[in-house]
Design a binder for this molecule. Structure first.
Ligand code: NI
Length: 193
């Protein structure tokens, strides 16, 4: 997708855990139409604005099997109007995966993951180090991609979203319990405020 087009996109609302839409198994994309292109563009815009390296459709409230990602971009500081610090995105390399299926998994790789639907939470998750994924592009054409390390982690994390799974569910039972205690505490603080 043309990068200029992405900048014209709309920033969508990001649903946070424990929204119901994040727990649903998303349905396959069947229509490779203008509406799908619009969704992909808006998802990329939303991801770059956040900023994040991946975003799945359920995170913007749409239960369809599509996600976007970019593990290559950087934020470059620039001085804007009134000497205000602004950021510009450089080295962008957007990817759009539709109806992805992970065919092969090899090895193990641990990475401290975060998620736009779980703001402020970062935990180390063990996933496969090398994967092969089959997916369709915006035109419906099939592709195969081999990925490792961070790219493989990102694809596995986003594919999980399409199956109604958030990364904290990949943690050990002990870490999961600690996380839930933290979440309850935070909720109580909000209620008191
Ligand atoms: Ni996520």
């Amino acid at each position: 997708m043309d990068l200029k087009h992405i900048d014209d996109g709309t920033v969508l609302k990001i649903f946070t855990y424990p929204s119901q839409v994040l727990k649903r198994v998303a349905t396959p994309v069947e229509n490779f139409d203008e509406e799908l292109k619009e969704l992909a563009r808006n998802m990329l815009k939303t991801m770059y604005e956040a900023p994040g390296i991946g975003l799945a459709a359920p995170q913007v409230g749409i239960s369809k099997r599509i996600f976007v990602m970019d593990i290559d971009f950087n934020r470059k500081e620039k001085t804007g109007i009134d000497a205000k610090i602004e950021y510009e995105l450089v080295d962008r390399n957007p990817k759009i995966l539709i109806n992805p299926v992970i065919k092969k998994k090899k090895g193990q790789f641990k990475y401290e993951e975060g998620c736009l639907s779980l703001p402020g939470i970062y935990e180390e998750v063990a996933r496969a180090q090398k994967i092969t994924v089959e997916y369709q592009d915006l035109g419906g054409d099939k592709h195969e991609l081999q990925a490792e390390d961070l790219l493989a982690v990102c694809i596995q994390h986003e594919s999980d979203h399409l199956d109604g799974v958030v990364f904290i569910e990949r943690l050990s039972m002990l870490k999961k319990n600690l996380f839930h205690k933290k979440l309850i505490k935070r909720k109580k603080l909000y209620e008191q405020a």
